[in-house]
Design a protein around this ligand. Structure first.
Ligand code: ADP
Ligand code: MG
Length: 407
């Protein structure tokens, strides 16, 4: 599929061309306006190579992105202004900022760009057309965005599973190409699904089984081992007949978990569940200090809830990753945000850094866990920027923002 080089050929060179890049700059922020602080700039960093390549080729780069979930109208809490400033620092060059998406400021900012310079438009979700389910409303916004550019580059991997104006509809209106980040992410996803190098181990955790059913379903036919931890494990433990106390439980998923366990056994996929669990009597909150306790996974007390995999399980999970040639990990093993329940997640992350093959971390919270627990990102094969998008790809679903680039 076509990248930036082929786009340059199709539009007769990029110098002087206005190129609208859809990036994923949806970073976590702390504080309140005007003192907002970016707590993890991973997604901005990941967007730099494409923006820089276009600028180096002499394009006038117009970056479109969203931040948070504003309600289709301007909201200062979700302004991209601090993100544009950080992008400028990372690029080592000034970045112009338009205070609207497609209005007077956007037009003036784009008109004022010289070759090789970069501008960021205000949060595209300040316009209701961006995420509208109505094709005409979305199309009208895409028309206005398209007027700001001569070509479109899709580089926001975190949003390619969304049929939205700046992701999907705009590609119907302008010559288009895939950015470097999307190319890289897709290449990794392909290695996880098409003929993966074996042994192939999948580690799943996080909060809910129901979020990840499609992935389990699809990967059960591909992986050699499936390790399960996090909040979702209690539905599996219950499906095996154990009591799980007050742990996270999705009663309506019990049958499907039983079916997965049976299917794994028939197809020779090894499912590894924790044998011990770190429990507490309350879910951790700011005002209580945790009193963690380790119990056998088969004997979770009725008044307790499971908040992490235990030390024996952490060691067993790490051992199961030794010698793996392909690993996909999605979902923390416990409530890693609280130190007392972070050991399981830390042990799995540590084991992934030792994998001599392709190790992939997917999922927003998992990627955040790796970074906040202090791991060096370069110790992993790939940290995906797109939680939902990578999961939908692994479920075997078609991603609208990718499909539209093929035509
Ligand atoms: P990702 O974003 O990586 O896909 P999820 O969103 O599925 O991951 O899940 C992340 C959340 O799961 C974290 O906030 C973590 O606190 C929570 N979690 C992990 N283990 C448990 C547990 N045992 N009980 C409740 N929540 C859990
Ligand atoms: Mg999440």
């Amino acid at each position: 599929m076509a990248g930036i080089d082929s786009l340059a050929e199709r539009v007769g060179g990029l110098r002087g061309k206005r190129v609208l890049v859809r990036s994923d700059l949806n970073v976590p922020l702390d504080g309140a306006p005007p003192d907002l602080r970016i707590t993890d700039d991973g997604r901005i960093r990941a967007s730099v190579p494409t923006i820089k390549a276009l600028a180096d080729a002499g394009a006038r780069v117009v970056v479109a992105a969203h931040l948070g979930r504003p309600k289709g109208e301007p909201d200062p809490r979700y302004s991209l202004a601090p993100v544009a400033a950080r992008l400028g620092e990372l690029l080592g060059a000034p970045v112009a900022f338009a205070t609207d998406t497609v209005g007077d400021s956007a037009r003036a900012t784009v008109d004022g760009l010289s070759d090789g310079k970069v501008a960021v438009l205000e949060n595209v979700r300040f316009n209701a057309g961006e995420t509208s389910k109505d094709d005409a409303e979305r199309g009208a916004f895409a028309d206005q965005l398209a007027e700001l550019a001569d070509a479109f580059v899709s580089d926001g991997f975190g949003v390619v599973h969304r049929k939205q104006a700046s992701v999907y509809d705009i590609a119907l209106r302008l010559p288009h190409a895939m950015g470097k980040l999307v190319e890289t992410e897709l290449a990794v996803m392909r290695r996880l699904t098409e003929d993966p190098e074996r042994p192939y181990v999948v580690v799943l955790g996080g909060s809910k089984v129901s979020d990840k059913l499609g992935v389990i379903d699809n990967l059960l036919g591909k992986a050699d081992k499936l390790l399960i931890g996090g909040g979702m494990v209690f539905t599996f433990l219950k499906a095996q007949g154990h009591e799980v106390g007050r742990s996270l439980l999705e009663e309506d998923q019990l049958d499907i978990c039983r079916e997965y366990l049976a299917r794994a056994e028939q197809s020779g996929v090894e499912i590894v569940l924790p044998t011990d669990i770190v429990v507490d009597t309350t879910f951790p909150s700011g005002d209580s200090s945790p009193s963690p306790r380790v119990v056998p996974a088969s004997q979770i007390p009725a008044d307790c809830l499971g908040l992490d995999i235990g030390p024996d399980s952490a060691a067993a999970f790490a051992a199961a990753l030794v010698g793996a040639k392909t690993v996909f990990w999605n979902g923390p093993m416990g409530v890693f945000e609280v130190d007392a329940f972070a050991d399981g997640t830390r042990a799995v992350a540590e084991a992934l850094t030792k994998v001599d093959g392709l190790s992939v971390v997917g999922g927003g919270d998992s990627a955040a866990a790796v970074r906040t627990l202090g791991f060096d990102e370069s110790a992993f094969g790939h940290i995906s920027t797109g939680g939902g998008a990578s999961l939908e790809y692994l479920e075997g679903k078609e991603l609208p923002g990718i499909k539209v680039l093929e035509d």
